[in-house]
Design a binder for this molecule. Structure first.
Ligand SMILES: [Zn+2]
Length: 455
């Protein structure tokens, strides 16, 4: 039996039904719909597409102009209803209206991927994904609330195989007392001094003078950037006593790691002595006289001899002893590689920064990210001077974000992008994919790349 013939009138009715269905499904206000219609009529590319939809598309992609080419493979999905161009059920947004749509999509400040998924439920234009990536990547609100940078790979302090050439200094409280601690990077020989009344510059300086008079003046003294080490008295002391004073960035106590660890060891020792009422000075003497993994004790590395303790010892074991520096060096290198390998598993190298870079930085360690401009790089590794309307601040790289897109610091968003971009959460990280190793569970271990502790 022959199929019933479809009249042109029926076909028109069907099309009207289809058009009405799409239009009735459009959750767009009449004003916005009118705006899209008007802007579509002014959009050269979309006007040409409307013509192709009416009169037929050319057979070959090369026959259409550059701006039409991205639409050519989609031509079977493209249609025009009421002067609005659709790709299937999604409105193709004219170029001049795309920033408005991006603004609407990013209301609520969702992440890049959520915004892309949201956009795909309603609208379309070529490179919409990368436009969304750039728009979200430039949103100052999102940047200001971005989560903290991941820790960077360990940088180990470089030091010469020379006793008391480079020392770390710090202050700590114990049992109501205030203490100064000085540790030699090479020998790990530790000096502590009780400060009678607090951490005033002059008290700390007097104790340091006493220690330096005993061991010699170090070439480099490393401390944090807090008081009293940031005082003018301390600067004068460094100048008069001819040593280089290197400080770590604010809010980054871990960069003075060797001293921090030694403070932990010494405090633990003092606690135990306090608990069993034993002599803390004897404990300190034992610590200085105990061989480390490199087979030498801090006393041996510092003064080429063992110290007499209460342990019975022969005189020959108290004689001067030559230090095998090659052996010490090998142990140090081995320890660096081991600690870097285990500590760097979850750390990521952040992108380098240059003077003039527009960045976001942490004004307060627990605050939001605020805009600024890099005005100085270094001199300490990973340390930067950042200028902002509130003033100049020194910050470590971990407290700075370098957005993947140039920042418009005056407004929330810049103009529309033209190129592809990467994810906002990983954009600040150097791509080290070639420098990876995998565990037996498939997790990626980053192999160590540098061995200098961060400052
Ligand atoms: Zn945002």
């Amino acid at each position: 039996m022959a199929l019933p013939e479809i009249s042109l009138e029926d076909l028109d009715n069907d099309l009207d039904l289809h058009v009405n269905l799409i239009l009735s499904n459009l959750s767009v206000s009449p004003e916005k719909l009118k705006e899209i219609q008007e802007l579509t009529s002014k959009d050269k590319t979309l006007c040409q597409i409307i013509q192709y939809c009416k009169n037929g598309w050319p057979e070959h992609k090369r026959s259409v102009s550059e701006d039409i080419r991205p639409y050519f493979p989609l031509k079977s999905e493209i249609h025009v209803i009421n002067d609005i161009v659709f790709k299937s059920n999604n409105i193709i947004i004219p170029e001049s209206f795309r920033n408005t749509i991006l603004d609407i999509i990013h209301k609520g400040h969702q992440g890049i991927n959520s915004c892309i998924r949201l956009a795909k439920t309603a609208v379309y234009w070529p490179k919409i994904d990368s436009d969304i990536e750039k728009y979200v990547g430039q949103c100052n609100i999102c940047l200001s609330f971005r989560r903290n940078n991941s820790k960077e790979p360990l940088l180990h302090h470089d030091y010469k195989l020379l006793p008391w050439n480079k020392v770390g200094i710090d202050l700590f409280d114990f049992d109501g007392g205030k203490y100064l601690i000085v540790v030699d990077y090479y020998s790990k020989y530790v000096e502590i001094a009780l400060l009678k009344c607090g951490f005033a510059s002059n008290l700390v300086i007097v104790q340091l003078k006493s220690i330096f008079a005993r061991h010699g003046i170090p070439n480099i003294v490393v401390s944090d950037n807090g008081p009293p080490f940031n005082s003018s008295e301390f600067r004068s002391f460094a100048k008069d006593w001819d040593f280089q004073h290197v400080t770590s960035s604010p809010y980054l106590s871990c960069s003075n790691g060797m001293v921090e660890r030694t403070v932990g060891i010494v405090k633990n020792m003092l606690k135990k002595c306090h608990a069993d009422k034993s002599d803390p000075y004897l404990a300190l003497l034992m610590y200085r006289n105990t061989p480390k993994l490199n087979h030498y004790s801090p006393a041996e590395l510092s003064m080429s001899r063992s110290l007499r303790t209460v342990i019975p010892i022969t005189e020959s074991n108290l004689q001067f002893k030559a230090i095998n520096n090659k052996q010490v060096q090998e142990t140090i290198e081995k320890q660096k590689v081991n600690s870097s390998f285990y500590c760097n598993k979850n750390r990521k190298q952040l992108k380098p920064l240059s003077v003039g870079d527009k960045i976001m930085f942490k004004h307060k360690p627990n605050g939001t990210w605020v805009p600024g401009i890099v005005s100085q790089v270094g001199p300490e590794p990973r340390s930067f001077i950042v200028n902002s309307p509130e003033g100049s601040f020194r910050r470590n790289r971990i407290h700075i974000i370098k957005p993947s897109h140039s920042l418009d610091l005056s407004e929330n968003h810049g103009s529309l992008p033209s190129s592809n971009t990467c994810d906002d959460n990983t954009s600040d990280v150097v791509d080290n994919t070639d420098n990876t190793d995998r565990s037996r569970y498939g997790r990626v271990y980053k192999k160590p790349s540098r061995y200098v502790e961060s400052c």
